[in-house]
Design a protein around this ligand. Structure first.
Ligand code: MLT
Length: 334
């Protein structure tokens, strides 16, 4: 990943770019018509093998094919996804460093006092990718049998029960907060670098329960390796027909699904952003991608949602929504 020049210089460059921009070129130091001329890196802010990584790897090859180039996926873990986002915010705005992030992009400003980047100022949105339901899941031998039992059990065992997540600002963290608030408990949280390793520990019985995306948990639920209490969406998930919704299971307050989107550093030439967005739309229409997502309980967004404009509007709305929820919950990460 290239290191970005200082913010002020980058901002000035963006201004001169906008002034000089002509169709098919960036008006600055390079013609974008040949893009991509080198490998593109998509940075994943969580561990390999986890849900964000899975979705990224699904679309990387079809996107590369649409662009006529090569895409490399790089995992940069830490601090609920904020380490990776901070690095990409500072990367060269040349279209060769792209960030895949999820709902955590919209929660970080409220959670982290010293975030070091501003989602709306330091990034250009490329397009939404998918929206993934979450599941409330537990180690196979965890005593509670249903979500109602789980609530009763955690109330009685608050000092013992462990709740895994992928760090402050991760989707698993948010969902865990909503669960604790609905159940009226404060549990011991065990943070991981991603829910990939957290799930391994859940299957192995090292932690008790967690919320995680169906893209990570579906296979283990179907194989009977973990216990599933509920899905966090209004409707049941087709690939998990026996798992009730949180509303059916008596906890309607626990509603959250995890939207994902692609970002590039602010100042990336608009023609490149459009090329990436077009490639994303093609990848999401690829039948193999549609099928893989369906198997894991999700679906690609429409072509209209895989655009910079829709993605930006959604990000703005989500920053506002989660800002209020987090302020009400009084949670801070730093
Ligand atoms: C991951 O990829 O590990 C997850 O998306 C983490 C999370 O947000 O819970």
């Amino acid at each position: 990943m290239g290191t970005r020049r200082p913010r002020v210089i980058a901002a000035l460059a963006a201004v001169s770019l906008a002034a000089a921009c002509s169709p098919g070129g960036d008006g600055g130091d390079g013609d974008t018509t040949g893009y991509p001329e080198q490998n593109i890196t998509i940075v994943v802010p969580f561990s390999a093998g986890g849900p964000t990584d899975t979705v990224t790897r699904m679309i990387a090859d079809p996107m590369a094919e649409a662009l006529g180039g090569k895409i490399v996926v790089q995992n940069v873990e830490g601090a609920g996804g904020t380490v990776a986002a901070g690095q990409v915010a500072q990367a060269e705005p040349d279209g060769y460093t792209v960030l895949m992030h999820h709902i955590g992009m919209s929660t970080a400003p409220a959670l982290y006092k010293d975030l070091g980047y501003q989602p709306l100022e330091d990034f250009a949105t490329v397009g939404l990718v998918t929206e993934v339901p979450m599941t409330v899941v537990a180690r196979p031998d965890f005593p509670p049998a249903t979500l109602a039992d789980l609530t009763t059990y955690v109330k009685a065992n608050q000092d013992k029960v462990t709740l895994a997540n992928a760090g402050r600002g991760a989707a698993s963290h948010l969902c865990g907060l909503l669960f604790q608030s609905a159940a009226g408990v404060k549990l011991q949280e065990v943070p991981y670098q991603g829910t990939g390793p957290a799930l391994t520990d859940l299957v192995g019985g090292q932690v008790d329960f967690m919320c995680d995306q169906t893209t990570n948990t579906s296979g283990q639920i179907t194989a009977g390796k973990i216990k599933a209490y509920a899905v966090t969406t209004p409707e049941r998930v087709k690939s998990l027909p026996d798992v009730p919704t949180t509303t059916e299971a008596g906890m309607p307050q626990l509603q959250v699904s995890v939207w994902h989107g692609l970002y590039v550093p602010a100042g990336t030439p608009p023609e490149i952003v459009q090329k990436l967005s077009g490639a994303l739309q093609k990848a999401l229409a690829d039948q193999a991608v549609v099928d893989q997502m369906a198997e894991l309980g999700t679906a690609p967004v429409t072509a209209a949602d895989a655009t910079p404009e829709t993605h930006r509007g959604h990000l703005e709305e989500q920053i506002e929504t989660w800002g209020k929820v987090i302020a009400d919950a009084g949670v801070q990460a730093s």
